[in-house]
Design a protein around this ligand. Structure first.
Ligand code: ADP
Ligand code: MG
Length: 240
């Protein structure tokens, strides 16, 4: 479980998160939605210690992220992250991208890492691309490789920051389909997204952020059909 308690994040004087409290339970798929600049990426990045918290606490299972006694590197291995812009290693093949961290960070043998990588490439529909370089792949294929690469570390949690926002429209579905499938396997997922149809269909819960506040937290059907606040209504009027 990821537990966020009264999380505040400032950049200089700019308060970007104003006391967020929520929990992500094991096996849940949670969508984070909200206007641009509302703090969605920052919240996700705090969960992975890519940003330091200004105040408040985050627990990953029973370990506190922002505690000097916690081994952050070890804790981070539990959490896979997928970004808008793929971040693949350009000079490595798809297979090399997938086996690098398991071998380097976890000390997995090459044979084992490759066997796992092939299995993951099959899962994301890219078995035939193992020896290809990223530049020869479409955006949708690159993002599916990025998902497979994150999964190669066998994380317990997967964080996605607008994974389809940089893609041409015709490639969005292939990535969302991979994510949907992953959700059905019981993976715990937190997904910042502008894809409202996806959030409605695939998420167990929706968090609506506005100006650094967690304004609504609800089931997709309630959030989309009966938003409780004017701010959520105004947001949904714009995006639906
Ligand atoms: P969202 O993902 O919802 O669009 P962000 O979390 O990226 O929002 O940003 C929230 C606010 O924090 C914005 O005002 C943004 O300019 C500011 N911000 C984000 N990252 C930084 C940073 N590294 N330094 C300074 N300000 C930042
Ligand atoms: Mg963002």
């Amino acid at each position: 479980m990821i537990k966020v308690e009264n999380l505040q994040k400032k950049f200089g004087e700019n308060e970007v998160l104003s006391g967020i409290t929520t929990e992500i339970n094991k096996g849940e798929v949670v969508a984070i939605v909200g206007p641009s600049g509302s703090g969605k990426s920052t919240l996700l990045r705090c969960m992975n210690q890519l940003e330091e918290l200004t105040s408040g606490t985050i627990w990953i299972d029973d370990q506190q992220l922002n505690d000097s006694r916690t081994n952050v590197m070890e804790l981070r291995q539990k959490i896979g992250m997928v970004f808008q812009h793929f971040h693949l290693f350009p000079h490595k093949t798809v297979l090399e991208n997938l086996i690098y961290a398991p071998m380097k960070v976890k000390g997995v043998s090459k044979e084992e890492a490759e066997s796992k990588a092939h299995q993951l490439l099959e899962q994301v529909g890219l078995s035939l691309k193992a020896d290809e370089y990223p530049k020869r792949l479409s955006g949708g294929q690159k993002q599916r490789v990025a998902i497979a690469r994150a999964l190669a570390m066998e994380p317990e949690y997967m964080l996605f920051d607008e994974p389809t926002s940089a893609l041409d429209p015709e490639m969005v579905k292939e990535v969302l389909d991979v994510m949907k499938l992953l959700g059905t396997t019981g993976m715990t997922m937190v997904i910042v997204t502008h894809e409202m149809a996806f959030a409605r269909e695939a998420a167990d819960r929706v968090l609506f952020l506005d100006e650094g506040n967690l304004v609504e937290e609800n089931s997709p059907s309630e959030f989309f059909n009966e938003p409780k606040t004017e701010r959520a209504k105004a947001f949904l009027d714009k995006v639906l």
